[in-house]
Design a protein around this ligand. Sequence first.
Ligand SMILES: NC(=O)c1ccc[n+]([C@@H]2O[C@H](COP(=O)([O-])OP(=O)(O)OC[C@H]3O[C@@H](n4cnc5c(N)ncnc54)[C@H](O)[C@@H]3O)[C@@H](O)[C@H]2O)c1
Ligand SMILES: [Zn+2]
Ligand SMILES: [Zn+2]
Length: 421
Amino acid sequence: MNEIRNTATNLMDKNLGRNPVSETYGQPVQDPSGATMKAVVFDGSKSVKIQQVPKPTITHPKDVIIKTTACTICSGSDSHMFSGEIPGIDKGAVLGHESCGIVAERGPEVKDLFVGDRVVIAFDIACGSCSFCKRREFVACDTTNDSKIMDVNYGAHHSAIFGYTKQLGDVPGCQAEYIRVPFADVNCYKLPEDIPDIKGLYMSDVLCTSLHACELGNVKEGNTVAIWGMGPIGLFAGRWAQLIGAKRVIGIESVPERIKIASSRFGFEVINRNEVKDVPKKILSMIPNGPDVAIDATGFRFTTSMLQKVERAVGLETDSSDVLLECFQSVRKYGNVSIIADYVGTSNQFPIGHIMMKHLTVRSGQCPCQNYFDRVLEALRSGKINPEWMITHKVKFDELPDAYGKLFYKKDGYLKVFCEL
Ligand SMILES: NC(=O)c1ccc[n+]([C@@H]2O[C@H](COP(=O)([O-])OP(=O)(O)OC[C@H]3O[C@@H](n4cnc5c(N)ncnc54)[C@H](O)[C@@H]3O)[C@@H](O)[C@H]2O)c1
Ligand SMILES: [Zn+2]
Ligand SMILES: [Zn+2]
């Protein structure tokens, strides 16, 4: 078992992880001057560190080089990387996919960006012109990630993502002083003057992804919405649901600081899973037919049952289906389930019968940020969405490795950091 991880590892061992296309887009290429820069790098399971790495240079005519002005850690996805459970990452790989900055260099075929422009960078990397990108399915871009590992594991490949393993393009991450952005016109979004970094930075992932969670769940005015996980994504998914007109938002969480934010800041009804044994039963006592929409904003690593804990521990499965079972149990018949949480492999006891017997619509996927930038900007400008409350800690670049541990272990109230460079 654990077939997906083993296949991935074997392929990488044989150095089949990259083909000539991703050599062009994904390979770190050193600036000709030989200059180096500071970056956060993976240093083995539950360890990251700051290291000097080659400063990137333009390697494709549609690239730009961004001088980073602010970055952050993805509380969920970077924690998955930190856990060491995501295959296909070597020690020394630059991490991070949430940054903003200033265009420092531009390739000769970049049209809309000029040196000095302030931009936020989408975490997903798309080419803008393949058949998937033409349908605005940017996270399925066929060009930016030619990982053979993905083709073997999934039958097709995802777009590249910054700092997210060989499977996802092997593109150096954004927690660095400089970032090379491929297909810059598609993947950079200009920040207007009235949007400071402390707001614009979070368009790179959280603010777009949480809106995507509502889109996947087809949240509509008057809906009841239950959300598992009150991390940055779950909290903002609830906020977007309120803005769409949801009449009730129920959050499920166990971390006390997060429960407090969910109830006191947003007025969500919160189920503390430390106090409630049977979460679906509790939800059904609150909404007898079940909520219209269930959103899973937790992740593949989280287990609640002994069975899933054991199966993961002994390698019988990679991903827990505990939260999905609760979503399926709770949501109303003909309801929608949005899986915004990251899942990567296989799960046993996956409750497929619930989907059929309750006539459920289940949608999942990574967020194509490019589709949401305009809408998020409008919400930021109107003040309907404001990410500043989410920043629990402002950290210096050298403090990022420590913050990784705090976020992973959910210590000291850490929810989101802001790091100015
Ligand atoms: N699809 C995408 O495009 C995309 C983009 C960004 C993040 N993500 C994923 O979304 C998920 C959420 O991201 P985040 O940054 O908010 O992560 P996070 O780790 O900060 O939040 C997850 C929360 O879920 C809670 N949780 C764990 N098990 C639970 C359970 N059984 N019931 C209820 N709550 C539980 C945790 O305590 C935590 O607060 C992660 O899996 C992340 O990787 C997906
Ligand atoms: Zn992220
Ligand atoms: Zn494409």
